[in-house]
Design a protein around this ligand. Structure first.
Ligand SMILES: Cc1ncc(COP(=O)(O)O)c(C=O)c1O
Length: 381
């Protein structure tokens, strides 16, 4: 129950053991077509250029930046946590200029500041933001930010590593142009795969480039030769065949449950966890409207030893929760309820375990109140 990787479903683990076939085998090509369709469903898009990059979320991030930026370009980058900072690194390594729009960690990206930056920098060709900041457990308003980007004629890059499959994410309705995610969060697949999708506008920008993409591996014009979908698929790199079996199985499970049902399940378990944490006397770190149900940031109470609590949970309960990152290190815990791990059983386990660990720290609480509050919540539904 950390910030990812989340628990992988047994069906997905079993799929990894299927025989490894060639990455151009007709059966594998059929599986690639299915993966593309299933990813289009997960992202809620009809973008043709939708595929899993054979590398983790950071490679998906890099794929978006290196393909859409050239030296001398300007990008507006929103930062309200760790991953906005990684975006800036990407922009600068493309030889472009990053105009930073900063918000406090634990607060959403402020659309008014973004609008002001877009007005001040009409030369910007890209707006980039993190939809679900894993470092703080904060959601930003994806629809509003994409709209602003379009009003000011920029392409919009959106990080959905932690949002895909856990909260509403509507790539086409919002008009996001380059979107990347990760396999290891709400999809609950093995780590190391990054689903990406590019809008027709983004593809046009890629095709009009007159400066070679600095990364051979992530150059979408080359990757399209393998994932492009026509009959002339050509070798680009050896795809991680078994990891893609796992991604396929994961996406089939998501389709079987239904995206809306998966989103409701994340919300329900989050609300039960919050009811329990508050009954224990703990405070959430993020305002209710912007909390991520899949990643719950909790303030560490005064006098409680962060590391002691986390190591007790791991040692005595086999339970991992995340530490705060960057500006929030030592101030918050991050409790994941992602994908397959977003279950009532885990909520109750976590509340019980945390209660025991906090009692050992002499934190004063009412025994049993947390589990009772979560149970009452489930029963009220
Ligand atoms: C919001 C966000 N973006 C990007 C990444 C990078 O993904 P990866 O660690 O799979 O490279 C992460 C990883 O946790 C993330 O949470």
């Amino acid at each position: 129950m950390g910030p990812g990787p989340s628990d992988v479903a047994p069906r997905v683990l079993a799929s990894l053991a299927r025989p490894t076939i060639g990455h151009l085998d007709p059966l594998f090509v059929a599986l690639m077509d299915e993966i593309k369709e299933l990813l289009q469903y997960a992202f809620q898009t009809s973008n043709e250029l939708t595929l899993p990059i054979s590398a983790p979320g950071s490679a998906g991030m890099e794929a978006c930046f290196v393909n859409l930026l050239s030296p001398g370009d300007t990008a507006i980058v929103c930062q309200n946590g760790v991953f906005g900072g990684r975006m800036r690194e990407n922009v600068e390594r493309c030889g472009a200029t990053a105009i930073m729009v900063e918000d406090d960690w634990g607060k959403p990206v402020d659309p008014q500041k973004v609008e002001a930056a877009l007005k001040e920098h009409p030369e910007a060709s890209v707006l980039a933001f993190v939809h679900a900041e894993t470092s703080t457990g904060t959601r930003s308003d994806g629809a509003a930010l994409c709209k602003l980007g379009h009003e000011h004629d920029t392409l919009v890059i959106m990080d959905t590593v932690t949002s895909l499959g856990g909260i509403q994410l509507k790539v086409d309705d919002w008009g996001a142009d380059a979107v990347y995610s990760g396999s290891q969060k709400c999809l609950s697949c093995v780590p190391g795969i990054s689903p990406v999708t590019f809008s027709p506008r983004a593809v046009e920008r890629i095709q009009a480039r007159n400066h070679k993409v600095q990364s051979w591996f992530l150059d979408m014009q080359l990757v399209m030769g393998y994932w492009g979908g026509d009959s002339k698929r050509a070798y680009h790199h050896t795809a991680p065949v078994n990891a893609l079996y796992a991604l396929h199985e994961t996406l089939v499970i998501l389709k079987e449950e239904g995206l809306e049902n998966a989103i409701s399940r994340h919300s329900r378990n989050h609300r039960a966890l919050v009811a329990g944490l508050e009954a224990m006397g703990l405070k959430m770190a993020v305002a209710e409207a912007w909390r991520l149900p899949q990643l719950n940031s909790v303030c560490i109470p005064e006098g409680v030893d962060d590391a002691q609590v986390r190591s007790r949970l791991l040692r005595d309960f086999d339970l991992e929760i995340g530490a705060g990152l960057g500006a929030l290190a030592g101030k918050t815990w991050r409790i994941g309820l992602m994908g397959h791990a977003s279950r009532e059983r885990n909520v109750i386990l976590c509340l019980n375990a945390l209660e025991t660990a906090l009692k050992a720290e002499k934190f004063s609480l009412e025994s049993g109140a947390a589990v009772q509050a979560a149970t009452d919540f489930y029963q009220s539904l």
